[in-house]
Ligand binder design. Structure first.
Ligand code: SER
Length: 629
């Protein structure tokens, strides 16, 4: 008998309750008072204030199972491991216990047969933080020692091996190791990723991940995933099932870190993944919550399509229950995309009896014990309404599609036209062409048409202001450099979600549009001004470098959302002090942007910077006007 999601959730919460934790209910998928993100994507988001030191009303030890949604994974769904919605099991120490208790308990929970997930410890592999020169944060030696001891107690000799990056991992391989260290890209956790991307004041820390080995024989590994297999390899042998973050640092202004007032633990375990591991089946969709859905879908449907319908329908159920409604912006847009994709896949089955309403009902039934507030009566009308609206337009697009097929074929360019005129989703159109008419669409042609279209609309806007600059006068150039400082200062103050969405600079003033959901407070504006003026006073060098687009992307150089760039790009970096063309020290730069210039050579030439106005520009986009004096 396979263990159920419900049973694992129950055991986990019980386990931590016995160890002094108070169980709290899941927060909504729609974050409250958090303009930095559309959805709750991890257990820590709703608990941020307590990691920063506010006292939690339930005390210092908390456990929960948090509903989470990651829109960035929509396109990955279809394989055996990705879902958009998932539950994250979490236990929290707000300045209470630390590494020793955390790793011991999590290991005990995962391996205990009666009260935990009952995993065989021989199938578990762990990773720790390798240390980071940039920030000076050292390797997590303590966790290495704790893991050695824990595996030792199970009779497993656990060797430690330094791997560094994923690339090094696939070069070196595992060589009999059990504990591996990786760099900031893999074993550092913050809401905004690696230390360099964290805004001022953001908490983060080294983490220790646990992987389940579905295939000790190693046969799953294929060379296309890298020379050798290792825990972070994507071949499918290993699945990350849990992550203990030792959140004890906070970003300071010059890119360095200081200790938070308290040492925290943030553990996140993938409920569905742990359940799959407990059943030793690498297919997430084999767990009980998906089983009735997959069974209900026609058996001749390709497995990928079944998984997409199952995932998207489950996600829409939870999103709608938390108040999201399909719309053309923000969270509503993501929901709409998800719903329409599921509807198209349903439509494609050509089974008149298939109805996602029944799938919705199955899901609600499966989750009723843990989420009694899931109501079919709320969810189904929302689904019904969207389905009617969408299918009408979609069918018109399909008629055009069929006409083209009858006329003798359909090209990548035609698909682009159907997409831009009827909103026929192009990904589905490719699949339709293949499944209904046996035609393989030339995707390059489609892509070219898409790019031509983008190019046309860009040329139209660039004609008005070359590179956003009205002229190359001295004042305009000074404002242009101030513009770069401003973008970075906004990211530091408001968060890394801030991206440039448009710019326009004359010799009088600069104007920048950027993504952000809320009106800036007076304090935020003051702080942005202060940072920009501070960087001006530091008289930082401004450098222009040419490099490949990939290299610029690796440096996380800023670029405007939606812009296409050539293979070689020009990049401007500002700071640090002492940076030269021979030694540009990009890692320590204050700002790096894809940019054609021109700029001043030192920030001291800019003058005093002042924000004139901050206002709404479009949905989720704000506009700043600023001058130099
Ligand atoms: N915050 C960490 C994560 O999302 C652990 O909960 O992986």
């Amino acid at each position: 008998m396979n263990i159920t999601v419900s049973e694992i959730r129950k055991r986990y919460l019980e386990f931590f309750k016995k160890r002094g934790h108070v169980i709290i209910p899941s927060a909504s998928l729609v974050p409250e008072n958090d303009p930095t993100t559309l959805f709750t994507g991890s257990g820590m988001q709703p608990l941020l204030p307590y990691l920063l030191g506010a006292p939690h009303p339930e005390g210092k030890r908390i456990a929960d199972s948090q509903k989470s949604f990651r829109a960035e994974d929509i396109d990955e769904v279809g394989d055996n491991r990705h879902t958009t919605f998932f539950e994250m099991l979490g236990n929290w120490s707000f300045g209470d216990y630390f590494k020793e208790e955390q790793l011991t308990w999590v290991f005990e929970f995962l391996t205990d047969k009666a009260e935990g997930a009952g995993l065989n410890p021989a199938n578990l592999y762990v990773t720790v933080f390798a240390g980071d020169k940039e920030t000076g944060i050292p390797r997590d030696e303590a966790s290495v020692e704790i893991w050695k001891k824990l595996f030792g107690e199970k009779g497993i000799e656990a060797d430690y091996l330094e791997l560094g990056s994923t690339e090094e991992g696939s070069e070196k391989g595992m060589r009999g190791g059990r504990i591996f260290s990786y760099d900031v890209k893999k074993n550092w956790w913050s809401r905004s990723g690696i230390p360099a991307n964290m805004p001022l004041g953001e908490p983060g820390g080294p983490d220790s991940e646990i992987f389940y080995d579905f295939d000790p024989s190693g046969k799953t590994h294929k060379k296309e995933f890298g020379k050798e297999c290792h825990p972070n390899c994507d071949c499918g042998r290993f699945l990350e099932i849990g992550n203990s973050v030792f959140m004890e640092y906070k970003k300071k202004e010059n890119g360095s870190f200081e200790k938070l007032a308290q040492r925290n633990v943030d553990f996140g375990g993938g409920l569905e993944r742990i359940t799959a591991a407990a059943n030793h089946n690498p297919d997430i969709f084999s767990i009980d919550v998906f089983e009735p859905i997959l069974k209900y879908l026609p058996s001749n449907l390709p497995i990928r399509n079944k998984r997409i319908i199952a995932d998207h329908t489950r996600a829409m159920v939870f999103l709608i229950a938390d108040g999201v409604r399909p719309s053309n912006k923000g969270a509503g847009y993501v929901l709409r995309r998800l719903m329409r994709r599921a509807m198209i896949y349903e439509y494609m089955t050509s089974d008149p009896d298939l109805n996602l309403i029944s799938v919705i009902a199955e899901i609600v039934r499966k989750y009723r014990d843990a989420y009694p507030d899931l109501q079919e009566e709320t969810i189904i009308p929302v689904y019904d309404d969207e389905n009617k609206k969408f299918l009408a337009a979609f069918k018109n697009g399909l008629k055009e599609f069929d006409k083209l097929i009858e006329k003798g074929g359909i090209s990548g360019k035609d698909i682009f036209n159907l997409f831009s005129t009827y909103g026929l989703p192009y990904e589905s159109a490719f699949e339709f062409a293949k499944e209904r008419a046996g035609i393989e669409i030339n995707k390059d042609e489609f892509q070219k048409e898409m790019e031509r279209h983008r190019e046309l609309s860009r040329t139209a806007s660039a004609g008005a202001f070359k590179g956003g600059l009205a002229d190359h006068s001295e004042k305009t150039t000074r404002l242009h450099t101030a513009h770069h400082l401003l973008l970075k200062a906004l990211q530091i103050v408001l968060g890394t979600h801030v991206k440039q969405r448009g710019s326009n600079i004359t010799s009088e003033r600069l104007r920048m549009d950027f993504s952000h959901d809320a009106k800036m407070t007076e304090e935020q504006k003051k702080e942005v001004e202060r940072i920009v003026n501070e960087k001006i006073r530091e008289n930082l060098p401004v450098l222009r470098n040419e490099m490949s687009r990939e290299e610029a992307e690796r440096l996380y150089a800023e670029h405007e959302f939606g812009q296409k760039y050539p293979d070689r790009v020009s990049v401007y970096s500002i700071g640090p002090k002492g940076a030269t063309l021979e030694n540009p020290q990009f890692e320590r730069a204050f700002s790096i942007e894809f940019c054609g210039g021109p700029h001043v050579t030192h920030t001291g030439e800019i003058g005093d910077f002042r924000i004139l106005k901050e206002e709404a520009s479009a949905a989720g986009v704000r506009r700043i006007k600023a001058i130099i004096e």
